[in-house]
Write a protein that binds this ligand. Structure first.
Ligand code: CP3
Length: 341
């Protein structure tokens, strides 16, 4: 049962480690030719997500090929709206799309609180298969979207630069927004607990659209729901990654979670001062440095490692872009592994 490589878990407990752990958001995906090969054999992305054996296979690919210190279960944050009764499509090149969206209380009433086993059993099964096939080599990360980010897709119906339909609801009908956010939060807690029971060793909450809210609206419509999730998840460490939430770092420092993710716009030392010394920080190399010449990539990675010091899980500041050459990713990971405290 004991993990061969538990660097990330020891770091999350605040222990001193021989080197820093490293993984990458979106590590399982199109950067790997092996992923694209599996994906081509299936009808589409959603079919891959719903086929536990294949989802497990692509989850493990980055452990074998990139030698990262953790696997993250191959799925998507948008499985939650579907589990609540609002199905999504993943359109080639255009991204997620919802045929129906949420407009009023009647729409919210039609949604149900997701039951992890009944509605998301395919993800739980993918976790069980992955845990078995990983043979305890590295920990497995479970994840969910933050309620605000899920809300944004359910109201807007697709990706957007402004998410103005979703934000309009916050200002026009705040109570309606809270009713939906509450249902999403309850579903997410059930779902994360299901992932943990199935074998997830830690979980990450992705608030990808944090950066489009004001400090006050972020507090009211996002952070308080993230806090509810953190309070409910006591079984394993929780990492909260809120992209663009530079204005909320002090408040995030008070969340009952083990670690905070930084995007590349957040100054590392300033963030440490803001969140205090207790929490682990994760991040935050600009994903575009993976397009830079090798010597630039190595120098910038080393600079980041120095600046963070200890209590650091190495990652990018957001997901890896699909057109990056995976050899650059390998160089990034090697650089982290060769660096000494
Ligand atoms: O490796 C991993 O990180 C695990 C898998 C994972 C995916 N999506 C697979 C995926 C994770 C953790 C996510 C999270 C996710 N999904 C987020 C939060 C992280 C972030 O990037 O901010 C968001 C906002 C989504 C919603 C989503 N899913 C979008 C906007 C898109 C389209 C954009 C794109 O890259 O094409 C997806 C599709 C998606 N999710 C893909 C993958 C591998 C690409 C689809 C494909 O392979 O055909």
């Amino acid at each position: 049962m004991t993990l061969q490589n538990d660097l990330i878990l020891r770091t999350l407990r605040g222990e001193k480690t021989e080197r820093k752990p490293v993984w990458m958001m979106r590590q399982a995906g199109r950067i790997l030719p092996e992923y694209r090969a599996v994906r081509e054999q299936l009808k589409d992305f959603i079919e891959l997500v719903k086929t536990p054996e294949r989802a497990a296979e692509v989850t493990i690919q980055p452990v074998d090929i990139l030698k990262v210190d953790a696997a993250i279960i191959f799925s998507d944050i948008l499985v939650i709206p579907e589990a609540m009764g609002l199905p999504y499509e993943m359109q080639e090149k255009r991204g997620p799309w919802f045929p129906q969206t949420i407009h009023n209380q009647a729409d919210i009433n039609k949604l149900h609180i997701a039951d992890a086993e009944a509605d998301l059993g395919y993800v739980l099964q993918a976790i069980r298969v992955t845990k078995k096939e990983l043979h305890n080599r590295v920990p497995l990360i479970g994840f969910a979207g933050a309620p605000w980010t899920i809300f944004a897709y359910m109201v807007e119906g697709s990706g957007s630069k402004t998410f103005s339909k979703a934000k309009a609801m916050l200002y026009r009908e705040p109570q309606l927004a809270h009713n939906l956010l509450d249902k999403i939060t309850q579903s997410t807690i059930q779902y994360l607990k299901g992932q943990i029971a199935a074998g997830a060793d830690l979980v990450q909450i992705f608030d990808s659209w944090a950066g489009i809210l004001s400090p006050d609206t972020y507090q009211e419509f996002s952070l308080r729901y993230i806090a509810q999730i953190c309070e409910a998840i006591t079984e394993v460490p929780v990492i909260v990654f809120a992209k663009g939430a530079f204005f909320a770092r002090r408040e995030m420092g008070k969340l009952p979670c083990a670690a905070i993710g930084l995007d590349w716009t957040m100054d590392i030392r300033e963030t440490r001062e803001m969140i205090g010394n207790q929490k682990v920080m994760q991040g935050n190399l600009d994903p575009c440095l993976l397009y830079a010449p090798d010597e630039v990539l190595v120098a910038e990675t080393q600079k980041m490692l120095e600046t963070f010091g200890d209590k650091h899980i190495v990652n990018l500041g957001h997901g890896v872009y699909p057109d990056v050459d995976f050899r650059k990713v390998q160089l990034f990971i090697e650089t982290v592994k060769n660096w000494k405290f």
